[in-house]
Write a protein that binds this ligand. Structure first.
Ligand code: 7TS
Length: 407
């Protein structure tokens, strides 16, 4: 653990007079030196545009950029690098599917099914598509503990369902959804499935061939990579059938005055100069995570969550959202303390050097379902320790006392 923590220079600092405890990795993770060095090396030694050139720097940049694509392919076990599209993040990935596949395949009266636990990024693109097409947007209802049963999935998907879009791990409830089983049910009904893996790809192994999902989206910045990076995986046949949604340089084959043709996959979806440094940094992040092992990362986070749930339960007035079984959840805990607004709570924690997120977590319909306007959230990653959890619990006690005394 010490070796891992040493790779993250940002953790080695005091905030408001206390050693930093960073518990906001679900928003964005910290970056290890390997990633910082990969980005720096690119700018310092190889900086050049990709896919253009005959010159040496251009070739080096292209090799690193395309080499990172192969690392991503392997990371999620896609069949081909043609199925790996670089994007700006999960949001752009899902908008690309909604705008390209969705527009082509969803018609009036068709159904799109999502769930009550979706991040706005996997909700609004489908809401907009449904409005534009006169399609019906349906929701998987949640159980009391914030899980979705396969019975609900079977009862909600019909032969009118064209798209099922669902998160693999909830950024609020922490729920891990049974994607493989949901995919099977969607396929039996003739629908495609779009998986939001923003909170899954950084934390657990993903095999897109085993899941058999049609599309999968994730963000590089939540998995130790640079901001402004993300991935859209799509089965080759779907991607081949889709029209690009961004047009311009890089993505064309031939251009005439009144017509143009597109480059082959994956480049037809990558118009303009891409985030080259970001992609190379993401490749380095994947090397870093793979070396530690995704199974190990998942186990570490399960242990931390189990410990944190037990310790937080001991504090009177704490409500924890999502499933109680640590095996059913990813490495985050969303909670409230009676009588303390989550923003006030996060402020007191920050005064003690502890970074958590407070707010609606870009999931307003879920907040409504939880019957609250905001919550606090602590999210863990590879660099967090039991001592971090102890500091959080101590911080919660301090906050409780503070507000009880003041009010
Ligand atoms: N989907 C889920 C499940 C997410 O948690 C997020 C970001 C996104 C999509 C969007 O990812 P982006 O990289 O395109 O922004 N979630 C959060 C969060 O929980 N706190 O800040 C960002």
């Amino acid at each position: 653990m010490n070796e891992i923590r040493k790779q993250f220079p940002v953790l080695n600092q005091e905030v408001n007079g206390h050693p930093l405890v960073y518990l906001d990795s679900a928003a964005t993770s910290q970056k290890p030196v390997q990633v910082l060095e990969a980005v720096r090396n690119y700018y310092e030694l190889d900086n050049s545009n990709v896919h253009r050139g005959v010159h040496t720097l251009g070739n080096r940049a292209t090799d690193s950029y395309e080499g990172a694509r192969e690392k991503i392919r392997k990371f999620i076990n896609a069949k081909s690098t043609k199925e790996i599209i670089y994007t700006r993040g999960t949001t752009t990935s899902i908008n690309t599917v909604a705008g390209a596949y969705g527009r082509m395949n969803v018609n009036e009266g068709d159904e799109i099914v999502i769930s009550h636990m979706e991040h706005h990024s996997n909700l609004i693109p489908w809401q907009q598509l449904a409005k534009e097409k006169g399609a019906v947007l349906k929701y998987f209802e949640l159980e009391q503990d914030g899980t979705i049963t396969l019975e609900t999935v079977r009862n909600t998907i019909t032969d009118k369902t064209k798209i099922v879009a669902i998160t693999m791990a909830s950024n609020v409830l922490g729920t891990i959804n049974p994607i493989k089983e949901i995919t099977k049910i969607a396929h039996e009904a003739g629908a495609v499935i779009v998986v939001d893996a923003a909170q899954a790809a950084p934390h657990m192994p993903i095999d897109v061939q085993d899941l058999d999902c049609d599309f999968l989206a994730f963000s590089g910045h939540k998995m130790c990579g640079p901001t402004g990076t993300g991935v859209l995986y799509g089965k080759q046949a779907h991607l081949e059938s889709m029209e690009p949604i961004e047009f311009g340089g890089e993505m064309i084959d031939f251009v005439d005055l009144h017509d143009s043709t597109w480059k082959e996959l994956p480049w037809k979806f990558e118009g303009g100069t891409p985030n080259i440094a970001g992609a190379i940094g993401l490749g380095a992040a994947i090397d870093f995570l793979t070396e530690i092992g995704l199974e190990k990362i998942a186990e570490h986070e399960h242990n931390l969550v189990e410990y944190a749930l037990n310790e937080m339960d001991k504090i009177e007035g704490v409500s924890i959202y999502g499933p109680r079984d640590p095996q059913k959840r990813c490495g985050l805990i969303t909670f409230n303390i009676d009588g303390v607004h989550p923003h006030d709570l996060a402020t007191v924690l920050d005064m003690n050097g502890i970074a958590v997120r407070a707010g609606h977590h870009c999931a307003q319909p879920l907040m409504k379902w939880l019957q609250c306007t905001a919550t606090a959230r602590a999210s863990f990653y590879i660099y967090n320790t039991k001592e971090d959890v102890d500091r959080l619990v101590e911080g919660l006690r301090i906050a409780k006392e503070y507000f009880n005394d003041v009010f």
